[in-house]
Design a protein around this ligand. Structure first.
Ligand code: HEM
Length: 127
């Protein structure tokens, strides 16, 4: 049997690693650091984010909290897509520095929203 608390620990550990890693890459973007193109910078986030999503899906299945019946789970999925899109604009696709900075702020705010939804199990921001 898969232990719920163990998977939750994996999920929360990946949340911390993913958030800290994204903030670090954001800082490297702001300072034009070449580290943002380092091989590890490109590989590690994929591993962490795959584990983050895998543990999320495992938790949802184990707990039986499906997005169709639990609005906060649906809110997390939608916000995750927003976070990924804004994150890509901030670190890669944004054509000007201003666009990248606005996208970075939006991505960090979205990340904070997702954490608040997780803790309160409520789709309302910081509810
Ligand atoms: C960037 C994306 C995500 C972040 C920042 C995040 C954050 C968190 C945090 C901080 C917790 C622990 C809450 C607590 O202390 O009780 C948590 C739990 C959880 N997350 Fe996520 N999560 C993310 C993605 C997802 C996604 C996409 C799903 C669903 C498909 C999901 C499903 C869950 C579930 C079911 C729990 C367990 C709630 C509980 O046992 O109380 N997470 N998440």
């Amino acid at each position: 049997m898969i232990d719920y608390l163990l998977v939750k620990h994996v999920h929360v550990t990946c949340v911390v690693l993913s958030g800290a890693g994204f903030a670090l890459r954001g800082a490297w973007m702001l300072t034009d650091s070449p580290l943002i193109r380092h091989r590890l910078t490109r590989i590690v986030p994929h591993i962490v984010d795959t584990l983050l999503l895998g543990s999320a899906i495992t938790l949802v299945v184990l707990a039986g909290w499906y997005p169709t019946t639990h609005a906060w789970v649906a809110a997390k999925i939608v916000a995750l897509v927003v976070y990924i899109v804004l994150g890509t604009v901030a670190l890669k696709r944004g054509r000007t520095r201003a666009v990248r900075i606005v996208a970075l702020a939006g991505a960090l705010a979205t990340f904070a929203y997702i954490v608040s939804v997780a803790i309160a199990r409520n789709p309302l921001p910081f509810g």
